[in-house]
Write a protein that binds this ligand. Structure first.
Ligand code: NAG
Length: 185
């Protein structure tokens, strides 16, 4: 889960907030180019809650996966812009994550697709002080992510799917987070 959590949640938080801030703060939501918001990639089939205190859910629940997640906690929950978000998770990896493993992240802002990107999983897990090859075995991770104050208010939906180098599903995580308008007083 470390991997996953880190990867997916950190990827979600980092990539989403970075991409969003850059794209939206500069141009404003009205000027974002809408990339085919109705493709099936963001249909996550069945979602199921993950134990712990977080908005993160397990998706594609009927697909066998190489990572069992015990829990994910985030603090504060829900996340607040301009504050430090602490992510803590644990789980068990049933395979070895090697070079070539990857994670596909899809982030939407309302109906606008902000980000669809493939990341190198081994690079991502280094952000949580892990290294490939990783597993099999238990994983635990804690990560603090500083969320920018400039995140545009609105609803964000992120889906992250991680795969081994031979494309076996490791995990699928989805999260829906709403950032409120911050008042200047
Ligand atoms: C987040 O944590 C870092 C490192 O501890 C600290 O320097 C920074 O001031 C914190 N930011 C906020 C908004 O609390």
């Amino acid at each position: 889960m470390k991997l996953l959590s880190l990867t997916s949640v950190a990827a979600i938080a980092l990539q989403a907030s970075t991409a969003l801030s850059a794209a939206l703060a500069v141009r404003g939501p009205a000027n974002i180019f809408v990339q085919n918001p109705f493709t099936s990639n963001d249909v996550t089939k069945e979602d199921r809650p993950i134990p712990g205190d977080s908005p993160v859910k397990l998706c594609d629940v009927f697909t066998p996966k190489q990572l069992t997640i015990d829990h994910i906690n985030i603090s504060p929950n829900p996340p607040e812009k301009g504050s430090n978000l602490t992510i803590e998770a644990s789980g068990t990896l049933h395979t070895t994550v090697t070079k070539g493993s990857y994670i596909e992240v899809d982030v939407r802002y309302g109906y606008v697709r902000l980000l669809t990107q493939k990341f190198d999983l081994c690079e991502q897990i280094e952000q949580v002080d892990l290294k490939c090859p990783l597993g099999p075995g238990p994983l635990a991770l804690t990560k603090v992510v500083e969320l920018p104050q400039q995140i545009p208010p609105g609803q964000y939906i992120a889906v992250a799917r991680a795969f081994t180098s031979d494309s076996k599903p490791i995990t699928c995580l989805s999260a829906q987070v709403t950032f409120d308008v911050s008042l200047p007083f």
